[in-house]
Design a protein around this ligand. Structure first.
Ligand code: ASP
Length: 342
């Protein structure tokens, strides 16, 4: 065990305490952690801890919070061997994805973790998640943004919160786990990304730029029209059925999409299924989207699709460059395109 770690405490259940309104994040996490570690303190890697001024229930997180976390990491990048970000579980997958796109070419580990039961409570899962995340961050084997939770090391931009109350709250349905922590910590070296050359690009993000909408039986075109009736909207993640099929018999809905695309809105198609990929054109309904110029999101998760579109648009990508970047893996977030879709 070597190395020095920076822990960022952003909020989340791990650092919450009970209140009359339910759990709320509270300052003073560092002290609580040192108390919990007690005599074991000498066995865990050395760390510094930065506590955010505005501690978040991650349900309240906005895209600018991703940038704040990324900027802090960038600012301290040279001073530490690895980073652990303590974060609420509700939107951890969004943050992990966004960080992976802003911190491209990462040559050090950034491990996000949190817990289902606060560190301050009996039977908490926070201490183990945090201690294992610290060990992973000092292992010297990881050079990417990951989520570690309940024995699973997951690629950050493939991770999803899949359970509301189980300790096994996270999984990566379209990507094998990168590692497992049981008695031994076993890493999939064949899957882990190789250290890159940091090319961090952390743009300002306007929350109005990108939206995500799922189709449903009978969805009225006016919902889409209203959503797109804002000049700031430049990207739409559309969640369709199965392998990427929209209700294309609704001409008004398709016309609304066509008008948005003609105005320069980038539409990225992902599936509503928890597992699998879009194959835009396997059915005639999906072929309609190819004709309209909708981009296939392949096997991107909703969190990765949303944050990738946000970050790439804010980094200034447009036209064919944007389309190429959206369909190809930049940092392991999706499979290589198969060529059967737009
Ligand atoms: N609402 C909490 C959060 O996301 C849930 C958690 O951390 O588990 O901040």
């Amino acid at each position: 065990m070597t190395g020095r770690i920076l822990i960022l405490y952003t909020g989340g259940t791990i650092g919450m305490v009970p209140s009359e309104q339910g759990y709320v994040p509270t300052p003073g996490f560092c002290k609580r952690l040192r108390e919990q570690l007690g005599p074991l303190a000498g066995q865990v890697p050395e760390y510094d801890l930065i506590e955010f001024d505005r501690l978040l229930d991650s349900a309240n997180l906005v895209p600018d919070d991703w940038c704040q976390i990324a900027r802090l990491l960038q600012q301290h990048w040279a001073d530490y061997d690895g980073f652990v970000v303590l974060h609420g579980t509700d939107t951890m997958a969004y943050t992990a994805s966004a960080l992976s796109f802003m911190l491209q070419g990462t040559d050090k580990p950034v491990i996000l973790t949190g817990s289902q039961i606060p560190l301050s409570q009996l039977r908490n899962d926070g201490l183990d998640n945090l201690v294992t995340a610290l060990l992973l961050a000092t292992s010297g084997d990881i050079a990417e943004v990951c989520v570690y939770f309940n024995g699973r090391l997951l690629r950050g931009n493939r991770a999803r919160k899949v359970r509301t109350t189980g300790f096994d709250a996270f999984d990566s349905p379209n990507c094998p786990w990168l590692g497992q922590a049981g008695i031994h910590i076993e890493l999939r070296h064949d899957l882990l990304l190789k250290p890159g050359r940091p090319q961090f690009q952390i743009p300002d993000l306007d929350p109005a730029t990108v939206m995500i909408l799922g189709v449903y039986p009978g969805m009225p075109a006016r919902l889409l029209t209203a959503a797109l009736d804002d000049e700031r909207v430049r990207g739409l993640v559309l969640q369709t059925y199965g392998v990427g099929n929209p209700p294309d018999a609704d001409q008004a809905l398709m016309d609304t999409l066509a008008t948005a695309i003609a105005k320069g809105v980038t539409v990225l198609n992902i599936t509503q299924c928890p597992e699998g990929a879009v194959s835009q054109g396997a059915y005639a309904t999906g072929t309609t989207l190819n004709r309209l110029g909708v981009i296939s999101g392949g096997d991107l998760t909703p969190e990765a699709a949303f944050s990738k579109l946000h970050v790439l648009l804010a980094q200034g990508l447009t036209g064919e460059t944007l389309r190429q970047a959206l369909t190809r893996p930049l940092c392991g977030e999706c499979a290589e395109p198969t060529g059967d879709s737009a």
